[in-house]
Design a protein around this ligand. Sequence first.
Ligand code: CP
Length: 334
Amino acid sequence: MAKRDFLSIQDLSLEELENLLALATRMKSRRTASMPLTGKTLGLIFYNKSLRTRVSFEVAMEQLGGQSVNLSVGLDLWQTEAEEGVAMDGIAAEHVKDAAKVMSRYLDAIAVRKFPTWRSFEEDRADRTIRAYARYADVPVINLESCTEHPCQALADLLTLRETTGDLAGKKLTLAWTFHPVPLSMAVSNSLLLAATRFGMDVTLATPEGYPLADDVIEQSRQNAAATSSGRVNIVHDLDAGLADAQFVYGDSWISIPHYGTDRDTELRERYRSWCLDTKKMQHTANAYLLHPLPVRRNVAVTDEVLDGPRSLIYTQAENRLHAQKALLTTLIR
Ligand code: CP
């Protein structure tokens, strides 16, 4: 049977997503006590830092009866090269091809986190490293957050939304850009937008001028929405207007594509320090729930009052990483 990778939230059919969410719900309520991954090992490869992703995957494997091997590139693992046919006379001591093929002999799945380098949008959006792992590995490859997507976060977000409101069709979600002092990728927002539109949510994307999401993601999200009877993608450049009547507000931040990796992005974002989700701004919503993938810059992106308030779902989202990933691992690993 061909291996299944999970690089994008689009990699699973709607039916597979439904089944996965149902399994995650059963696992969360501990209705499945079996250990389906006994004897299986997951490799976790981190090119970048993590709290939730690292811990939730390690605990998931343990609770499923398996184990994990956790490697940080540059610390426990050689620096890698992802390009084909290059002379490797720089810092990289190992090609991803060799790393992926060797690890496939030991492991039952490989999960990789690789953030942008910020040199160029075109280079980063190609996601060369994680795609190279997927190309060369003989076992499933899971995206732990690449330059373009964070599909495991989106699974947890879908689970959180579903258990809070039931059917997502027609529910109003505002994806709000918030100020962040340093650039972040669009990975979380891309996956959320793609996921929410597949379930027919009415999504408003509230971003300052100059902070679009990529055209291909918007186009795919609009196609996702069009395949439902209730899905919609609306883009506004005013935070108050974007929050109006929202039932769910998701705070995130990302770099300016037009000024990618330049000082201009740093200068421009300073103008948008007021894009902070505080109690006054949340009053524009329909008493919305607040979601955020974490980590969050408190009182910069979202205020303490909102993060710690009764409508905050941030810790449930973080917990749901565990349950959603247990369902994912059980589905992918054979
Ligand atoms: N949300 C998330 O992926 O958290 P970490 O970066 O801490 O893993």
